[in-house]
Design a protein around this ligand. Structure first.
Ligand SMILES: [Zn+2]
Length: 55
């Protein structure tokens, strides 16, 4: 699963704190609330340029 910013469609950074997940857009430099996060199935997106994150 990939999470995208609803404003700029950039991949979000997922921060896990105290069992909660926060989604941060480095582009907009803001938190994105869970309800606004755009979810993408991994199979639906093409590999991002620059290489895949392995984890
Ligand atoms: Zn953004």
């Amino acid at each position: 699963m990939t999470y995208l910013c609803p404003d700029c469609q950039q991949p979000l950074e997922v921060l896990v704190a105290c069992g909660c997940r926060d989604y941060v857009c480095n582009q907009c430099q803001q938190l994105v609330s869970k309800g606004r996060v755009v979810h993408l199935e991994a199979e639906l997106i093409e590999p991002l340029k620059g290489g895949a994150q392995t984890r």
